[in-house]
Design a protein around this ligand. Structure first.
Ligand code: ADP
Ligand code: MG
Length: 317
């Protein structure tokens, strides 16, 4: 039996946009309801265009923000303000920008030790340092890097430090929010290989967020395709890449350059912009851009079906 280390149910987040002098406040429905599960030791990729709510999901799952509705269970424990402190060690996050996420005034070693200082205040300094040095090696950095400042590292090395810091508390779930998007292509694969290697060694589960399907193809076990804050297709990587059921996934994949020629498809051009999450269209949120949309699609929002390769579409492929 597979163990779900993360179960999210109807996770919902909204932001209030303050109106101007005479304007009314408006609600941004960044995440109107996401349900999914992540299995121990596996990688669940979350893909979708910029603005579809991926980072919002990441902030909710890592308890940086509290969702306005819905719930999630981490490693068997329901997340709530009461369990937040203990669950902080169960789930950790790595951000896209390895420049912005590291304190420029801290040395690499201090950055790695910081989570232990905060969460295990009783741990002797020598033990902290020992663990930080061990982590340095685990993420592929050298002992002499311990005393260097972030600006002395390359982008890829900084992302190694960020991954190391996230692992110091031995989490079970790592949320990776566009972890390689800011890196050169050649460096991207090094970091992806590191992540794959760490996952195998440590049995980590990844919630791997990316707008880039060619990256996802490298690392995912399962894939969630998000549109305007809602999963529209969920399936195994093989299923989603070989047979897209949702028109949006088809369009997204057709626009992604793939090295694998068997995956090359005729390019589908999506017309129109991603609608604003302030004004989510009624019916299927994708209907204004969908070439298959009918009256039913414009009126009635499809729910995810119950198959192994799930889709929320009235006319799936
Ligand atoms: P993604 O990571 O997929 O690009 P985000 O989760 O960052 O998307 O954003 C989803 C939507 O929520 C966007 O429309 C964004 O403008 C909006 N949003 C995100 N954070 C805030 C916030 N703090 N206040 C208002 N709107 C926000
Ligand atoms: Mg984002």
């Amino acid at each position: 039996m597979t163990e779900h280390v993360l179960i999210a149910e109807n996770l919902t987040q909204e932001y209030v946009l303050k109106g101007g002098l005479f304007g009314k406040d408006r609600i941004v429905r960044a995440l109107p309801g996401a349900s999914f599960t992540l299995d121990a030791g596996k990688t669940l990729a979350v893909v979708g265009e910029s603005g579809c709510g991926k980072s919002t999901l990441a902030r909710c799952i890592t308890m940086i923000e509290e969702p306005v509705a819905g719930s999630f269970v981490l490693d068997g424990r329901p997340a709530s303000p009461d369990t937040r402190a203990e669950l902080r060690t169960t789930v950790q996050i790595v951000f896209q920008d390895p420049y912005g996420s590291l304190n420029p005034r801290q040395r690499c070693g201090q950055i790695l030790e910081e989570p232990l200082k905060i969460n295990h205040p009783g741990m002797p300094a020598a033990e902290r340092t020992r663990r930080a040095r061990e982590m340095l090696e685990l993420v592929g950095l050298r002992p002499e890097h311990f005393d260097r400042y972030p600006h002395m590292f390359s982008g890829g090395q900084r992302q190694r430090i960020a991954v190391g810091r996230a692992l110091m508390l031995e989490p079970k779930v790592l949320v990776l929010d566009e972890p390689v998007s800011a890196l050169d292509l050649s460096i991207q694969s090094q970091i992806l290989n590191l992540l794959v290697d760490l996952q195998e060694r440590l049995g980590l589960a990844y919630l791997f967020i990316s707008h880039d399907l060619s990256v996802v193809k490298h690392v995912a076990d399962d894939v969630i395709v998000m549109y305007l804050g809602r999963p529209v297709e969920i399936g195994s990587k093989a299923a989603v890449f070989s047979h897209q059921r949702h028109p949006y996934t088809k369009a997204l994949l057709s626009a992604t350059p793939m090295a694998d020629p068997t995956l090359r498809k005729e390019r589908i051009r999506l017309t129109g912009e991603l609608p604003s999450p302030v004004n989510i269209p009624p019916g299927c949120p994708f209907s204004p851009r969908c070439w298959k949309a009918t009256e039913k699609c414009r009126a009635e929002r499809p729910e995810l079906d119950d198959s192994a390769h799930r889709v929320a579409c009235h006319f799936p492929e």
